[in-house]
Design a protein around this ligand. Structure first.
Ligand SMILES: *Cc1c(COP(=O)(O)O)cnc(C)c1O
Length: 370
């Protein structure tokens, strides 16, 4: 980037969000759902778009009323449309939240390692950032979390559950402990909620009576609709009203609204792949030990895999074998998305090459891996 532009000082020398978008057949790097979309969905999308196309000379419904009702019905928990708010991906939701509740002179805190966009959107909205503590198993301890909030008094706290990139879900006790201590907003980013093991509670259960609590969700992951750009939040109606002060007018296009409604009407078919993805995740996890690798237990559609002697080199070796995974610069670790059985086959076929590049480890893993 040019050094002569009068860029804000805090943005100088920074690099943009950069998961590489490479033309590789096996793309396990951005946690999309790679199962094919259900029969009939694309025709239904085309029909719904056709129906509204003649009205595209008009601005969309600014308040996305019909979509918000559908989202409330999907989430359940007695939520109403007034508590739901959609935007172009949950990243835009997070940005609106920081525009309204963060900003100059304010701060945010998140328990790292976690989603890199939380500190990045904080930065871009002028909100300063604090790292909160995680335990050795990447979990969050309620008492230590509450102590970090007490120490820094952040205006916004992020809790990602299940967490990206570790896959770790937190108990509701963590959220209530953080909320009790937080002077400002508590945002629970549940982008991967649909993948969590049965019985994993959602922070949606806690919304009633907690005006400063927000739960964000997305259609980019379990729903397999990353290309649609539809994220949303559930919160007190007062939070939704606050966001209407900062959102751009008509932020959500007519096309996005109708296609999201079609996708929600296909939720049973779309979410049928969740179980299949989890099976592939567990299949990958089970195959790792004999390769001298191990995964953090995951409630999401990906695994944080550790045990790589050189994770940068391993990333390149996998790419050379046509498999793109994510290097998040956590020493010895790579994040790998679970997808279809064929993708798992390709990954498991490529993984031994990682060791061939590093002879010391291949002698440790015995005969069975060959
Ligand atoms: C992928 C992801 C999102 C989703 O972002 P969208 O803008 O909805 O595509 C949000 N939070 C986390 C933790 C994620 O991993």
């Amino acid at each position: 980037m040019s050094n002569s532009l009068p860029l804000r000082p805090e943005l100088r020398g920074r690099s943009a969000y950069g998961a590489p978008q490479l033309d590789v057949t096996i793309r396990l790097n951005t946690n999309e759902n790679s199962w094919p979309l259900p029969d009939g969905l694309s025709q239904e999308v085309a029909r719904a778009v056709g129906e509204v196309a003649g009205g595209l000379n008009r601005y969309p419904d600014r308040d996305a009323a019909a979509l918000r009702s559908d989202l409330a019905a999907y989430l359940g928990h007695d939520l109403t449309a007034a508590q739901l708010w959609p935007a172009n991906g949950s990243n835009e939701i997070l940005q609106q939240l920081l525009q309204a509740f963060g900003g100059a002179g304010r701060s945010a805190l998140g328990f790292t390692p976690s989603y890199s966009m939380h500190p990045l959107i904080s930065l871009s909205t002028g909100t300063s950032w604090h790292d909160g503590p995680r335990e050795a198993d990447f979990g969050i301890d309620p008492a230590r979390a509450a102590a970090a909030v007490r120490e820094h008094r952040p205006d916004v706290v992020f809790v990602t559950s299940p967490n990206n990139p570790t896959g770790t879900a937190v108990s509701l006790e963590v959220i209530t402990a953080v909320y009790a201590e937080a002077p400002g907003m508590v945002i629970v980013d549940e982008a991967y909620a649909e993948f969590a093991r049965p019985g994993t509670p959602s922070a949606l259960e806690l919304l009633s009576g907690r005006e400063r609590l927000v739960v964000t969700r997305t259609m980019s992951k379990a729903f397999g609709m990353a290309g649609l750009r539809l994220g949303y939040l559930a919160a007190d109606p007062a939070v939704v009203e606050a966001l209407q002060l900062v959102r751009l007018p008509y932020h959500l296009s007519t096309l996005t609204q109708v296609v999201a409604r079609v996708a929600l009407s296909y939720r049973h078919e779309l979410l049928a792949t969740v179980q299949r993805v989890c099976e592939q995740r567990d299949r990958i996890a089970a195959a790792l030990p004999e390769l001298g690798l191990r995964a953090v237990p995951s409630d999401a559609n990906f695994l944080l895999v550790g045990g790589f002697p050189d994770s940068h080199k391993a990333w390149q070796v996998l790419l050379d074998h046509g498999v793109l995974v994510r290097d998040l610069e956590i020493a010895g670790h790579l994040r790998i998305t679970a997808g279809t059985p064929a993708e798992t086959d390709a990954l498991l076929a490529a993984l031994p090459a990682v060791h061939e590049a590093v002879p010391e480890l291949s002698s440790d893993r015995g005969q069975s891996a060959s």
